[in-house]
Ligand binder design. Structure first.
Ligand SMILES: [Zn+2]
Ligand SMILES: [Zn+2]
Ligand SMILES: [Zn+2]
Length: 124
């Protein structure tokens, strides 16, 4: 049992590492080479979230996607990039360019997790 748990965790992590766009639970499940049930995927992803390994992207239709973090620490996510969802291929990506937003005086931004929709570079 313990071994299987470790194996699912590793499989999910390598799936995320092998993909250069954000993945939903379902997309992760379809890409795994072993059978992992939905509840386990949820649990593993929640742990990755807490550990600062992945961050969550919520699309405008409420669907959740997960993408690898670059320099996050446990319980301490720092992101300043936009996410992009392509209207053609449906891919959700982390945009590489960092953004700096203007907030009203007295406000400090710690995380930017906004979603931009449009047409991605490969669909143009
Ligand atoms: Zn993060
Ligand atoms: Zn596209
Ligand atoms: Zn991202």
């Amino acid at each position: 049992m313990e071994r299987r748990k470790t194996q699912s965790t590793e499989e999910i992590l390598s799936t995320l590492k092998d993909t250069d766009f954000a993945l939903s639970h379902k997309m992760i499940q379809q890409r795994l080479s072993i059978e992992v049930d939905r509840a386990t995927i949820y649990r593993v992803l929640n742990r990755f979230l807490e550990d600062g390994i992945v961050h969550r992207v919520i699309s405008e239709n409420g669907k959740q996607y997960f993408a690898l973090c670059e320099d996050c620490e446990r319980n301490d996510h720092h992101h300043n990039h936009f996410h992009f969802r392509c209207n053609k291929c449906g891919k959700v990506e982390c945009l590489a360019r960092e953004v700096d937003i203007q907030l009203p005086a007295g406000y400090t931004a710690e995380n930017i997790n906004s979603l931009v929709t449009g047409i991605c570079a490969s669909c143009r």
